[in-house]
Design a binder for this molecule. Structure first.
Ligand code: SF4
Ligand code: SF4
Length: 481
């Protein structure tokens, strides 16, 4: 698979700038000739709307406006852009993610694509690149990581980049979205996770790239699907809502979703917190042993949130036989997670990663377990920073949805679900996304991220992403004030 330009599904994509061409226009074509961003196309016989989402606005050093002989052009800030997003997912990050999903390229300078505006966490961390630039060609840099480092007799399972897709269930997102995520994962040689809610048949073509999840409600858990995959994830908690379990409101429980979950259509479904079968590491080990018994080749991942004793949980998971410990910090989650929970319960992932990395190292088991991090990681730079703090790789959810044109409106759980056809089970809304379009957008986004990750490693003089793990000396924290 290769990067192919995959434009927005909408006729008028949301833009940072508005470009207005007034009635004085004489269709001379000068603007089309001068614009470097391909905003203008002048068809002498027909009106044509400028492609505003490509306009560089204030960052353009040769604006078309100054060449227009009749003064017909205006370039202005778009008030809709300013109303988008929040401090973590800024309008710039939304549009730069869309840009990457469309083109597979690093965004132009008018879009900030590395950090948000939260004023803390990853937004205050920067890489300290050496003065002398690394001269390692990008094609010599490896981004692959192994998911099984335990030395047991199960497969190593190398993935092509230090990233895989996080759990989003059948019921929370459209089937076309789930399938596109799985197909993109297969093209990128990585994984995506079903979340809790069952394993739709449409994913069977991508079994080798799907993680099936076992969570507290045991919705849709079947031994035959556990036997089909290379990796199974136990979800103990989610960083966006630890202690609250999961919930799927009745409106999204269609007859198909209900059948998969063995529930009643139209009734709200709740996954309790915690697993009521697990109150000790020994109980936890029984869970892991159960999966290993059913599928002798599968790797087992344990997903937990970030309480203050998360270091003990991580080490306990290793001794229970897990291959992967997946830490999910606060700030992740879609609009289905309440804001009060996202912002106030779990430890932010940037604190949890070095804490757990150090404890696993001190206990002498860091090299035997793969450590994945998630929870509010939005960009390739966030991924690189998480690895430098001590993770082996990252699990991404929201950025994949943004690649599919999520606007972070937070209405994932209301009524029939997402008006953009992403977090919905409504057949009409779901049909707004095709599998091929979604696959290519996710593939393009990760292609752009891989270029950025390699560029960071090259500047740091590293040939493999594995060299970056725990290199906090490569990071600087910009203090407050
Ligand atoms: S330069 Fe001005 S007059 Fe000429 S086509 Fe563009 S908008 Fe119209
Ligand atoms: S656009 Fe859809 S997926 Fe994104 S936040 Fe809104 S409702 Fe949720």
């Amino acid at each position: 698979m290769e990067v192919i330009s995959t434009p927005s599904r909408y006729r008028n994509p949301i833009s940072k700038y508005m470009v207005k061409r007034g009635p004085q226009c004489i269709k001379c074509g000068t603007c089309a000739e001068k614009c470097q961003a391909d905003v203008h196309k002048i068809i002498p016989t027909a009106p044509s709307r400028p492609k505003e989402h490509l306009c560089w606005g204030d960052f353009c050093d040769n604006p078309c406006v100054k060449y227009c002989p009749t003064g017909a052009l205006r370039v202005e800030n778009n008030p809709l852009f300013e109303a988008l997003g929040d401090y973590r997912w800024t309008p710039d990050l939304l549009l730069s993610t869309w840009y990457q999903a469309e083109t597979g390229q690093i965004p132009p300078p008018y879009l900030e694509y590395k950090i948000g505006a939260s004023g803390g966490g990853f937004d205050r961390l920067r890489f300290k690149f050496p003065q002398k630039k690394g001269d390692i060609p990008l094609e010599e840099i490896s981004l692959s990581i192994a998911l099984n480092r335990s030395g047991d007799n199960r497969p190593t399972v190398e993935i092509g980049m230090p990233i895989y897709g996080g759990g989003m269930s059948y019921g929370s997102t459209a089937l076309s979205v789930m399938t596109a995520r799985a197909k993109a994962a297969s093209m990128l040689n990585t994984f995506t996770c079903t979340g809790e809610g069952g394993y739709p048949e449409a994913l069977s073509a991508y079994d080798d790239y799907v993680i099936t999840q076992v969570a507290t409600g045991l919705f849709g858990v079947r031994e035959e699907t556990i036997q089909r995959v290379r990796m199974v994830e136990f979800k103990y908690a989610q960083g966006a809502k630890p202690g609250l379990g999961g919930h799927l409101l009745g409106d999204k429980v269609t007859p198909e979703v209900a059948k998969m979950r063995e529930a009643v259509a139209g009734s709200s479904l709740f996954s309790p917190f915690p697993f009521h079968s697990v109150y000790s590491i020994e109980d936890h080990k029984k869970h892991v042993d159960w999966i290993k018994e059913i599928n002798p080749k599968a790797l087992v991942s344990v997903k937990v949130s970030t309480p203050t004793d998360v270091d003990m949980v991580a080490v306990g998971s290793y001794y229970a036989g897990a291959h992967i410990i997946h830490l999910d910090g606060s700030y992740g989650g879609t609009g289905a997670a309440p804001d009060i929970a996202k912002k106030n319960i779990a430890m932010p992932i940037e604190y949890a990663i070095p804490f757990v990395h150090k404890f696993l190292t001190d206990e002498g088991v860091r090299d035997k377990i793969t450590f994945m991090a998630s929870g509010g990681l939005r960009t390739a730079y966030d991924v690189a920073k998480a690895i430098a703090l001590g993770a082996d790789g990252c699990v991404i959810g929201t950025a994949e949805l943004v690649a599919l044109e999520c606007v972070r409106c937070g209405n994932c759980e209301s009524g029939r679900g997402c008006v953009r056809g992403i977090a919905t089970t409504d057949p009409k809304l779901s049909s707004m996304i095709t599998v091929d379009w979604g696959t290519q957008r996710i593939y393009n986004l990760y292609s752009a991220w891989q270029t950025q990750l390699k560029d960071i490693l090259s500047k740091l003089g590293m040939k493999s992403v594995k060299e970056l793990v725990g290199r906090t000396d490569c990071l600087a924290y910009l203090d407050y004030g």
